[in-house]
Design a protein around this ligand. Sequence first.
Ligand code: ATP
Ligand code: MG
Length: 571
Amino acid sequence: MSTPDPKPPIDFIRAIIEQDRETGKHGGRIQTRFPPEPNGHLHIGHAKAICLNFGVAAEYGGLCNLRFDDTNPVKEEAEHAEAIMRDIRWLGFDWEDRLHYASDYFEQLYEWAVKLIRDGKAYVDDLSAEEIREYRGTLTEPGRESPFRDRPVEENLDLFERMRAGEFADGEKVLRAKIDMASPNLNLRDPVMYRILHTAHHRTGDKWCIYPTYDWTHGQSDSIERITHSLCSLEFENHRPLYDWYLDQLGIFHPRQIEFARLHLSYMVLSKRKHIRLIESGAVSGWDDPRMPTLAGLRRRGYTPGAIRTFCDRIGLAKRESVVDIALLEHCLREELNRTSPRVMAVLRPLRVVIENYPDGKSEPLDCVNNPEDPSAGTRKVPFSKVLYIERGDFMEDPPKKFFRLAPGREVRLRYAYFLTCREAVRDENGEIVELRCTYDPETRGGDAPDGRKVKATLHWVSADHAVDAEVRLYNHLFVREDPDDVAEGGDFLDNVNPDSLEVLTGCKVEPGLASAKGSDRFQFERLGYFCVDPVDSRPGALVFNRTVTLRDTWARIQKASGGGTKTRGR
Ligand code: ATP
Ligand code: MG
């Protein structure tokens, strides 16, 4: 008898949280947040952060806030914020009444900035953005102090107030923290706290013409919300000393920031900036293009929230960046769709079959199993008749050795129906095969021969008179390279866009029960893959299906070959 698996080891973030609970830090309270910048739509990388923040809170009886880090008035749009909320809900998480905006803290942040000025910890600088960059030094050279660094407090207070009042033009002055121009951490070399931007903000309107930087806002926003564990990606590791410095100077509630590695996926780019370029270049049709790794794109493609959550669970958390094989994401999806998708028959590239010995005008309803993985899904009737469609690729006139499907003189099984033998291929005037003349064996109804004779292939089919027309969109990787950023000198990731990432098939034939399919209904087309109704373009009478994923599970194969374990590649 085998012993049950031990409890899986917890990740380093959960280990810290469990320890904090044991020592009674914050009275055992756990509060996290997901802090998107509303400058684009969420992608699967964000899903990792969402599952972590909301997941940890739920597991330890804590709460998770949604906070829009909307400090940048130029980029933010209300439309993105709406889409972000819809996507988080779709993933299955709920912030309840804990919706916050960094812009709601602008007044408080201003007051705190004034406090730092009073304490001699911040100053107004007249250097231009370019000069500031120049004075900042490099990783190997210390920075130089601005000539305005030692302005008296009163002058700083006056100038900062006038910055707010709109007396200066964009870029004329900034407010900087007075920390250390020789610090080995560049983020501590007197970072900018406020810049002048005479631009309306989508939530605060024209109230402000100075805006706090992300770095001056983020840590204090966490503090205001009394976040206990501020979980963020590794690129903020270098910013943590600065966030700590601000919180310590202000003497306010101090969250603990913990960094984890971002998700990278093979054949995908996970950056809003790159997504915008994909859209603007016309490589994809929009944020919800089914080839996009955005949650909107994955949803339209037919991904389920459950499969994405399972994926985020399986990839785990690490301190080191790595690339996850997209085959793992597809594997998680297949696992769920295999359990839940009704099976149907659809022919994507139809070839007409006439059964010569089947009675004219007759049609019989045959029992088909809805889901062999789920007996409770029951059966359905699918009409069979004299003229059918089968897949063009299931017939070869002159088959090679390993081809076991239909060929002249060969017998195969039609799924849930009869044995069928091909007698002849009919050609049109151009020599193209347009029809197969066949016969069937009436004794084999249901798919087995009473005399025990075997066939080597089972084909799917639809009845020509009953079939419904559909358009089917097949998707391949959006990029031709595993790492889309792997480009020639002077090249660009757009050079790696796969010209064959979308194939549109029209005149496909699907079984009649699909006529009423709608929304994002999901199916397994037998032998072909998992498909869903396109929620945007499909109409009754003009059905459009997206191929969500093929049936071939490359991940399962990789696992078998490597003996298990989550395989990732270092970056
Ligand atoms: P992008 O590079 O796509 O613009 P971002 O980090 O600027 O992403 P934000 O809106 O700031 O996007 O992200 C919100 C949260 O999501 C941040 O806490 C960030 O750490 C996290 N996040 C973003 N991308 C990933 C990723 N690929 N893997 C894990 N977490 C991510
Ligand atoms: Mg960001």
